[in-house]
Design a protein. Sequence first.
Length: 259
Amino acid sequence: MIERGQAQGVELASGAVLRSRIVVSNADPKRTFLHLIAAADLDPAFRARVAALQTHAAAGLKLHCALSELPRYDVAGGLTETQLREATVLFSPGAAFQEAAWQAALAGELPTEPVVAAFLPSVYDPSLAPAGKFTWSAYVTWAPVQLKRGSWPERKAEMAENIFRVVERFSPNFRQALVDYRLLTPDQFEKEHFLTDGNIHHVDATASQILWRRPLEELAHYRTPVAGLYLCGAGMHPWGEVSGAPGHNAAHTILDDLK
């Protein structure tokens, strides 16, 4: 809710109104300015700049698996079983491997060999799985928001198979340990979590959208063209990855403005 260029609070879907002179949005910039604020309350040129932000290229997938036993990893070096069990394991053998996954996503294709970063949540919280069983979660990059052929619901099983092939190259018992899985795709991230283009980082971390230009130069200090409205999410510097840093920085900006 904006009056005379000043944030006045928010109106919920239920119609309830919450008045406040400070509003902090943890939604992505496109969601905030293109969907939660009336177009008449923003400069058209600013809205066009927000709409042009790149959000479509760096989508990722989330894979949750139930395993009947610990995965065994074929890793060179002196890592112990405990270290492998507690580590985040990155399946990405070289720059060419990463480049192929990125180019496939840019072309709207499913990466046949995606980059996978996985860990075992139940090692840290045993309540997540029955005794002797395990949960295994992975973030998978990169993936196209819009597929050139077919849809995500139609090709989800194919994508899961691509992931499993990569993993079992380095974890030979993974397939036999797999009890069940759930693969979350960009369309689900957008529908279920309101992330534009399913982008968990809110906007892509390209050269023109990082540091003092994240997501735009006029937004980089957590303030917005609307007085009293601030951004604190992953679309802000330094970006996401559950660091809490964008929220920390936004909070200090707000406190400075309230002095």
